[in-house]
Design a protein around this ligand. Sequence first.
Ligand code: NAP
Length: 514
Amino acid sequence: MIEIKSFVGGRWDSGRGEKTVLVNPATEEPLAHAASAGVDFGAALSFARSQGQTLRAMSFAARGEILRAMSRAIHAHRDELITLAIANGGNTRSDAKFDIDGASGTLGAYADLAATLGEGMLTDGDAFQLGRSARLYGRHVWVPREGVAVHINAFNFPAWGFGEKAAVALLAGMPIVVKAATSTSLVAFRLMEIFASEGAIPVGAISFIASQPGDLLSHLTAQDVLAFTGSSATASLLRTNAAVVRNSVKLNVEADSLNAAVLGADVDSGDLMNLFVGDVVRDMTQKTGQKCTAIRRVIVPKNRVADVTAMIGERLAAVRIGDPSLENVTMGPLATARQMRDAQAGITRLAADSRTAFGGEAIRPIGVADGKGFFVGPVLFVHESGAPEGAAHTREEVFGPVATVVAYDGEADAAARIVAAGGGSLVSSVYSDDKDYLRRFVRGAAAFNGRVSIASTKIASQALQPGMVLPQLIHGGPGRAGGGEELGGMRGLSLYMQRVALQGDRALLDSIVG
Ligand code: NAP
């Protein structure tokens, strides 16, 4: 069995105390164990902070080279990482690639960005005259925060979650401490092993915590950053953590989300309809629906509900559920027994005010011994009542292969109202060629989303799946989705930097800023 260790203070620490056992969620076979009692979290953070000086002294281009080395190292170990993700995450090969290539791709994109940032300070807007003469000027600059960035990641993207947060923080000049979700931490641990042996990464730039975080958060100080991805329940604990509150620690939260896909009344067949149904089915089944950006609500004009439901159901019937290490399997299990129980309970709650249109019966996973594995088959609900407020689909994020078709009257404003009733989402997608409809929908729904994906016939053949998070666009959403914001190219750096206003003699300002 593999021993998952922490990497703190520039060395490996096995931890002590109770071990958490990581299993293969298809077979329940134990794979690894992790423990963190006895790890000195205060010392780990102090060490990382002190090493931050090395990072801050580097140019953006030099930090970009670190990201390039990380991206290449992941790519060089791609097959090995995919095998681990299949075993520990219940991922199919395609699911695993989505996570691992997402990590190397995001690091690569930020390495490219670094090469464009020059040698001086990062400025925010132009300088402007403040006084009577053209001598007294003001301007804004960004400087790296002088603490450590603690990254707490969710179980569903052990590689991408590590890579996307690391890319932005390291480029900004902050060392990172990564706390992976324990249940699927085999991939993240292997990444840490790879990075620790990679000569291009300065000692102390990356630390890793296996298993429980103990008193880690109580050591956070005013220059530190806490970036969290996970459930709203855990986010609430972090928001009220005494050290976070006392020291005004900068906190970013990426939490759960009731993402929507909206079908315009003008779409009845052809490429756009095909794209819509394909996006819904992919999001329900990719990573077994355990994607924060997955479509949970499929908003469809009332008179199209029956045929759209039938089209989705037909494709879901072709999904082959089982041990994801088998080539013919297209959907694996949920990642843990807890996720399976939570998904089953959520399905029961959704069923309380919706009709089951597909699934819900017992499944026989391919290549799995009877009674083993954390399997849940795809379930599609239909909610016919127009009123979204209070309906289960506006409350329940079932983190599994589950979605609800919600009927609406075909008006853009009504679709936007249903989207908004989800309380804040990471992404919504809309499918239409009707300009007026799209304008009204985007204006009505935009404030309730971090991203809106607009699919029309002209771009149907090259549309990106709405659930794919891109380094160029911001990721995060208001309200229920946590209120956070990550990535978005340069925009992501603001989490890890302090914006400072400088005022004084223009020539002096210019020489300081560089
Ligand atoms: P979770 O139970 O909240 O765990 C998230 C992370 O927080 C894990 O690393 C967990 O560690 C850690 N954690 C738990 N309690 C903690 C505490 N008291 N102090 C510090 N860390 C703590 O969430 P999850 O089940 O892993 O993830 C599923 C949820 O994440 C879903 O709701 C999903 O929508 C959301 N998610 C959101 C995004 C996004 O970008 N918005 C992306 C992915 C997932 P342990 O594993 O060791 O408990």
